[in-house]
Design a protein. Structure first.
Ligand code: F6P
Length: 376
């Protein structure tokens, strides 16, 4: 294998807090330990296609670790193996433009990639590895839904945002004897709602893994009223669905590896509860992108740095085609094909999602302290 002298970094998919810590960790360790150059492609794979990049060095990564978002910008579109091209006549076609990326890398002398992203971004990472580019992946998602890792950075910061919001919502809910519906992200999994809801003292938590019955939610509100707790906080995951019902789709983004965008179920539930509850006003809050932005927690800074340095070490030791992961309290690695599946190149294959166990310890803890999941 060709010695690695220059590395390109890509941040793809939805942003989250801790991305800059990964970028900083890679760049600093590359400089101090290996003497290799680093560049960062801007706006995910689009930068690789357009050869749009910035130099990453000790100066350019100074002071970024504590900032949210990604200094490289991101995109959750632009699959270069199935790239959406709009022709002059308005028609749309999809082409494999990955060779353009390879030419750009060769032109700049980039020998390897470190790709930071969720399943869509990592699927393309797997496909570049198949084309002979040494690639190491780093898992990123606030949803914490990747089964290959115990936790991804960004999740802890998002939980902090949820808990902070619930603390504020509590005081206003109490003051007005209101029922407050608070929608959080998480896609098809309920980790953010579950852990944020428990830590933020929610009374009801609705998650995709446990379909809900609103009559049972109303019972919970009444039970609280009966003992003088005349307000209730209901945390609902964007992927929550009623028993025998469907998820609430907000949007379909055709050229995204994950086309379906969830969101809005909180408003639906609020409208329904307003009809069902006479004694309280019901109000809706969607925490939305407040969960993704902002200063990373110390946990996410440390995890991001550890992931970055581990990804670089792995690459320099010849361990390409892998993704670093957090298992137990250690960083190890796993094959990208195992993370995202071994499907056709260009197709967004999924290695599956990590779901909340409805019988698991965290759900049981919540139920033991009186939190309702709208199921019993
Ligand atoms: O995967 C991260 C995430 O924030 C999800 O929780 C949410 O469903 C989705 O991304 C939102 O995507 P977009 O930024 O395209 O609205």
């Amino acid at each position: 294998m060709k010695p690695i002298k220059k590395i390109g970094i890509i941040t793809g998919g939805g942003d989250c807090s801790g991305l800059n810590a990964v970028i900083s960790g890679i760049t600093k360790a590359a400089t101090f330990n290996y003497g290799v150059d680093v560049i960062g492609y801007r706006r995910g794979y689009l930068g690789l296609y357009l050869n749009d990049f910035i130099d990453l060095n000790l100066k350019s990564v100074s002071g970024v670790m504590h900032l949210g978002g990604t200094m490289l910008k991101s995109s959750n579109k632009d699959n270069l193996f199935n790239y959406r091209i709009k022709n002059e006549d308005g028609s749309v076609e999809y082409k494999d433009v990955s060779d353009v990326a390879l030419e750009n890398m060769e032109k700049e002398g980039v020998d390897a990639l470190i790709v930071i992203g969720g399943d869509g971004t990592l699927t393309s990472a797997r496909d570049f590895q198949r084309k002979g580019i040494p690639v190491v992946g780093v898992p990123k998602t606030i949803d914490n839904d990747l089964p290959a890792t115990d936790v991804s950075f960004g999740f802890n910061t998002a939980l902090g945002a949820i808990v902070g919001a619930l603390d504020r919502i509590h005081t206003t809910a109490y003051s007005h004897d209101r029922v407050m519906v608070v929608e959080v992200m998480g896609r098809n999994t309920g980790w953010l709602a579950l852990e944020g809801g428990i830590a933020g003292s929610a009374d009801v938590i609705l998650i995709p893994e446990i379909p809900y019955d609103l009559d049972i939610v109303v019972e919970k509100v009444k039970e609280r009223d009966a003992r003088g707790n005349n307000f209730s906080i209901i945390v609902v995951s964007e992927g929550a669905k009623p028993k025998d019902g469907k998820v609430h789709v907000r949007d379909v983004v055709e050229d995204s590896p994950d086309a379906i965008r969830l969101g809005g179920i909180g408003q639906v539930i609020t409208d329904q509860l307003s009809e069902m509850i006479d004694d309280h006003e019901v109000r809706y809050n969607n925490l939305a992108y407040l969960q993704r932005g902002g200063t990373p927690t110390q946990f996410d800074r440390l995890l991001g740095l550890r992931y970055g340095v581990a990804a670089l070490d792995l690459l320099m030791q010849g361990g390409m085609g892998k993704m670093v992961r957090y298992r137990g309290r250690d960083i190890s690695h796993v094959a990208l094909e195992e993370v995202v599946g071994s499907g056709e190149t260009g197709e967004t294959s999924k290695g599956g999602e990590k779901f909340v166990d409805p019988e698991g310890h965290t759900v049981r803890t919540a139920k033991s302290i009186g939190i309702s999941f709208g199921d019993e």
